[in-house]
Design a protein around this ligand. Structure first.
Ligand SMILES: Nc1ncnc2c1ncn2[C@@H]1O[C@H](COP(=O)(O)OP(=O)(O)OP(=O)(O)O)[C@@H](O)[C@H]1O
Ligand SMILES: [Mg+2]
Length: 233
């Protein structure tokens, strides 16, 4: 059963078509790693799913069409995005960042308190402003903000970007543990090692289309594709 079913999705920016007919389905409970080189349209894709950019075609989530809905409605339906670059509110404290995200949230186990249990380092920082956090702490906060909405489908856009290896591992562990609790994950990554470590399924985007779909073993065994994704050769 697919929880997310994207068909013939086109979109982009005024005067620039970026998504050129994306077809992608994500199975319920999957961790789908979406790989692709710089500028192919990965962020445009997740922003279009979240209703932050207009699109044409179809995006069905649990059978319901998301095209034409507002970002607020899409979040209420159970989708949440951990954006590229984290985007925490710098002037607000950790606690305020989480509380704002938790307003109007869907019911569920995730609250600011359960986020602090997941990331004890964040609990120590709860009175600090977002702007003084380390990159790793900002990533934890950004993940926490998404979790307090109690999503059914979590979209993560390059969470490992710029982080130390220990934090990258932590992000990978969190993704796996969320998946084991039944959250479906769409992980956009350029870190091929992380993407393959956590994925149950993989896809590759190039120039606004999905050009590879398979399980992690199939991707790993395609040397040419992996070299291309790593940007070598
Ligand atoms: N606000 C914008 N206005 C116009 N064009 C944009 C805008 N944002 C991105 N683009 C263009 O859209 C294309 C896809 O960008 P996008 O950010 O979706 O790529 P990406 O795959 O996420 O790349 P990266 O891995 O570097 O994050 C690029 O050519 C980019 O220059
Ligand atoms: Mg991007």
């Amino acid at each position: 059963m697919s929880v997310l079913e994207v068909q013939d999705l086109a979109g982009g920016y005024p005067g620039t078509r970026v998504l050129d007919g994306v077809n992608l389905s994500v199975a319920d409970g999957a961790v789908l790693s979406l790989l692709g080189r710089n500028g192919v349209g990965k962020t445009t894709f997740v922003h279009t799913i979240m209703g932050m950019l207009p699109g044409t075609g179809s995006i069905r989530f649990a059978g319901e069409e998301l095209i034409g809905r507002s970002t607020y409605q899409i979040a209420r339906a159970g989708l949440a995005l951990v954006p590229q670059g984290r985007r925490v509110f710098g002037p607000l404290t950790v606690e305020e960042n989480l509380q704002i995200a938790a307003r109007n949230a869907r019911p569920g186990k995730w609250t600011p308190e359960s986020v602090y249990e997941l990331f004890p380092q964040l609990a120590d920082r709860r009175a600090n402003r977002g702007s003084v956090l380390s990159g790793g702490e900002q990533e934890m906060l950004s993940i926490g903000r998404a979790l307090v909405t109690n999503p059914r489908l979590l979209l993560l856009d390059e969470p490992s970007d710029g982080l130390a290896p220990s934090i990258v591992n932590l992000v990978g562990d969190v993704v796996r543990s969320l998946a084991s609790e039944g959250v479906t994950i769409l992980l956009v990554e350029q870190n091929v090692a992380l993407a393959l470590r956590v994925a149950t399924e993989t896809a590759v985007m190039s120039k606004g289309r999905i050009t590879f779909r398979g399980n992690p073993e199939e991707l790993r065994s395609d040397d040419g594709l992996v070299r291309d994704l790593l940007g070598v050769g």
